[in-house]
Design a protein around this ligand. Structure first.
Ligand code: PEP
Ligand code: MN
Length: 338
């Protein structure tokens, strides 16, 4: 349930709503807009409560039920777009934010060369996995802490923020020391213990879509982060599993306008994991920007043939530089810039 306050509702009136909710055993979250404040009432039994309990309180304009399973991620709760700010880079603004780098951090030389390439190409955030969630236990699992240290070195040397994955709730504080954005991988989208720990951390989070999850399930997973008071949530569409085997996953391009209508959260697209092949990445990246994505997450490797992970879908530095030039034109055509 959401309680929309009148334009000039006083702090006492807003507090009156919060206290009433508390007395009924409900949690609250406030969206303090420039125009008016909206109070979300959170609890498992809000459906059984009459809206009149709140409608009669002073300063209340309207009380409505949110009919969707997700509440805090919804536009009903927060009509205005959210912008996540990372070292001065605004994700969800007019700028298309490109995050790029290798799938996995492999060694110092590889990471520094990748960082050089993505920086020169115009990406503003460096990606690289130190903890890798692999389908097989026999695949390279990442350099872990040593990988984080290399990322921190690249961040310092190239003056570029970094995004890296955290796979376990116990590692959240460790990874937060090294990374500017904590990535939740597709396979962990519904790892609720991890989401709750990340929600408490208040660190920016990149929440990838589970490849067998619906948009509603994805936004409900985002609610786990938001419910803990972490508003720095960025969504990332990376393709879903369908019957089509010609690409690694099927990029659900439709989810871009669907999310934009139903949620205030910024949304980026990962064309690399959807495509599974470097030759398909540019077209998918362009489609994502044209459809309204706020940014991209692209795998770039200084020497894809030698990559330990995802070499086939990684762009070379020169392919990446070419793509960035093309993306600038697409961005301009939809009133954005890179
Ligand atoms: C990744 O970004 O390196 C990754 C593992 O992606 P996903 O979780 O989308 O498969
Ligand atoms: Mn990868």
């Amino acid at each position: 349930m959401i309680v929309e306050m009148r334009k000039n509702a006083t702090p006492e009136e807003i507090n009156g709503v919060v206290q009433k909710a508390k007395s009924l055993g409900l949690g609250t979250q406030l969206n303090v807009g420039t125009d008016k404040t909206v109070v979300a009432l959170l609890g498992s039994n809000t459906g059984q409560l009459s809206t009149d309990i709140f409608a009669v309180l002073p300063g209340v304009e309207n009380v409505a039920r949110i009919m969707k399973p997700y509440k805090l991620a919804s536009r009903e709760f927060k009509p205005q777009d959210s912008v996540v700010s990372v070292s001065g880079i605004e994700i969800g603004s007019k700028q298309i934010v490109v995050m790029a780098g290798p799938c996995a951090v492999e060694n110092e030389e590889q990471l520094m060369k990748a960082a050089t390439a993505v920086k020169e190409g115009g990406a503003c955030i460096l990606r690289g996995g130190a903890f890798k969630p692999r389908t097989s236990p026999f695949s390279f699992q990442g350099l872990e802490k040593a990988g984080l240290e290399l990322l921190a070195r690249a961040r310092e040397q190239f003056n570029i923020p970094v995004v890296t994955e955290v796979v376990d709730a116990h590692d959240v504080s460790l990874v937060s020391k090294y990374a500017d954005i904590l990535q939740v991988g597709s396979r962990n989208m519904q790892n609720f213990a991890l989401l709750t720990a990340l929600g408490k951390s208040k660190h920016p989070v990149l929440l990838k879509r589970g490849f067998s999850c619906t948009v509603a399930e994805w936004l409900t997973a985002a609610d786990y982060l938001l419910a803990e008071g972490n508003n720095q949530v960025i969504l990332c569409e990376r393709g879903i599993r369908t019957f089509e085997p010609s690409t690694r996953f099927s990029l659900d391009v439709c989810s871009i306008p669907v999310i934009k209508r139903s949620s205030h959260l910024p949304l980026i697209v990962d064309p690399s994991h959807a495509a599974g092949h470097y030759a398909l990445v540019p077209a998918i990246a362009k489609a994502a920007i044209a459809a309204g994505a706020d940014g991209l997450l692209i795998e770039v490797h200084p020497n894809p043939k030698e990559a330990l992970v995802d070499g086939l879908q990684s762009l070379t530095p020169s392919d990446f530089a070419r793509l960035m030039k093309e993306l600038r034109l697409v961005a301009k055509s939809v009133g954005r810039y890179i």
